[in-house]
Write a protein of this length. Structure first.
Length: 105
């Protein structure tokens, strides 16, 4: 939930500036992975599952940043897109671990 809030806040903060979607989404994904591990009080097991999970989340965040950068023509548009992106990220993060387990098993 915290990661989804940070994503929405990042989008609102980026409202009136050019977004570099790939690099900013990579930094967001790194920050989200660090937050996730700090909350769990555990070191990550960096393996194929971890890479696939964070890779898919990175692609989602990059797509969101690209859409906001392309279609947002004002602050109010960004305010509408930010919670939608946050809810989508939360839902993806909730169901993605089961999907990735199914793909890798």
């Amino acid at each position: 939930m915290l990661e989804a809030f940070v994503l929405a806040f990042w989008l609102i903060w980026s409202a009136n500036r050019d977004i570099y979607p790939l690099t900013e989404s990579l930094w967001f994904t790194i920050l989200a992975a660090i937050i996730r591990q700090l909350i769990a009080f555990a070191m990550p097991e960096i393996d194929g599952y971890w890479a696939a999970l964070n890779g898919i989340l990175w692609v989602y965040v990059a797509a969101v940043f690209m859409m906001v950068n392309r279609f947002s023509n004002g602050f109010m548009t960004t305010l509408v897109m930010a919670p939608i992106a946050g809810i989508g990220y939360f839902q993806l993060l909730q169901y993605l671990p089961d999907w990735v387990n199914g793909w890798l098993s």
